[in-house]
Design a protein around this ligand. Structure first.
Ligand SMILES: Nc1ncnc2c1ncn2[C@@H]1O[C@H](COP(=O)(O)OP(=O)(O)O)[C@@H](O)[C@H]1O
Ligand SMILES: [Mg+2]
Length: 282
């Protein structure tokens, strides 16, 4: 099999004119870490499949199947179980399409300095983590070195044209709002999320990459929400705190306690259950 790309989390294989995205258990916290978080890849892949199915009438997506039985023999074994998605190969647009419904992270940092976010002036008097009266679309460039830069809607439009730009913004917000309501009914606040779009051979706009996973979104437990504070993201927060509390020399990286990695793995399984109502079956 021809592996054509190794990303931060996924490996990509080419199969005739299509691609197979394989979600691995690799994890990064600012930098790639030399640890495998068991089940993470399976959770990410199956959760994307869940959402692509849910929103298939809202916007066409790249998924052909996540059933390895319909894939080449090479993928029909334990190592690939639940991790693969056969997708249409797209020409990806070089943007991360972010929708934010709560103010947090870099957006909050800019807000308290009085700066706008991607050209958007936010309402006055917001507190940290507060829900915005309407979600905002804050695209960034997707850079190979990971140093993505915010762009204004005008810049976004200039790069990809008015029609695609407007459609991407409106569809991204629509998906966010629907996912928000669904997740809230499961006790989860979807603070923000990132989508990636591409163009197929007929020039159609298609939703690609992963969708509404803990790697592309901030999920907060509604029961723990406290206005005016930073929230805990329900995924790798403990690992992030550990990494941020130490200067990451090689020695420190290889000394991350196993329990922390195990806990992160549990959280991925928990969130999958909360979102889909199912367990990952291995
Ligand atoms: N349908 C598709 N066609 C082509 N490329 C895709 C498609 N869906 C996702 N991609 C790209 O595949 C890569 C997925 O692997 P990932 O580990 O997320 O990589 P990265 O480190 O680049 O984010 C991303 O670069 C994403 O833009
Ligand atoms: Mg990615």
């Amino acid at each position: 099999m021809k592996k054509i790309y190794e990303g931060k989390a996924r490996d990509i294989y080419e199969v005739e004119n299509d691609l197979i995205l394989v979600s691995t258990d690799r994890i990064s916290v600012h930098i790639p870490l030399p640890y495998k978080v068991k089940y993470k890849g399976q959770v990410l892949n199956k959760m994307s499949e869940f959402w692509f199915n849910k929103f298939e009438n809202t916007i066409p997506n790249h998924m052909i199947t996540a059933d390895t039985k319909s894939m080449p023999k090479y993928f029909q074994n334990e190592d690939f179980l639940n991790r693969c998605m056969l997708v249409k190969k797209l020409k990806m647009l070089p943007f991360e399409c972010i929708v934010r419904g709560h103010i947090t992270g870099t957006c909050w940092e800019k807000y308290i300095k009085g700066e706008d976010v991607c050209g958007i002036k936010l309402e006055k008097g917001l507190q940290q983590s507060q829900k915005l009266s309407y979600p905002i679309f804050t695209p960034t460039t997707k850079e190979p070195n990971g140093k993505d830069t915010n762009v204004t809607f005008e810049e976004f439009k200039k790069s990809i044209g008015l029609e695609f730009a407007t459609k991407i913004r409106d569809k991204s917000i629509e998906i966010y709002l629907m996912a928000y309501d669904y997740l809230l009914s499961k006790g989860i606040i979807l603070a923000d999320t990132k989508m990636e779009f591409g163009i197929d051979e007929f020039d159609n706009l298609i939703l690609g990459d992963e969708l509404l996973t803990p790697d592309s979104s901030r999920f907060w437990l509604a029961k723990d929400f406290k206005l005016g504070k930073t929230q805990t993201n329900y995924d790798r927060e403990e690992l992030r705190n550990f990494v941020e509390s130490r200067s990451m020399t090689d020695e420190n990286i290889s000394n991350i306690p196993k329990e922390i990695i195990f806990k992160v793995s549990q959280k991925y399984l928990d969130i999958y259950k909360m979102v889909t109502g199912h367990n990952i079956v291995c």
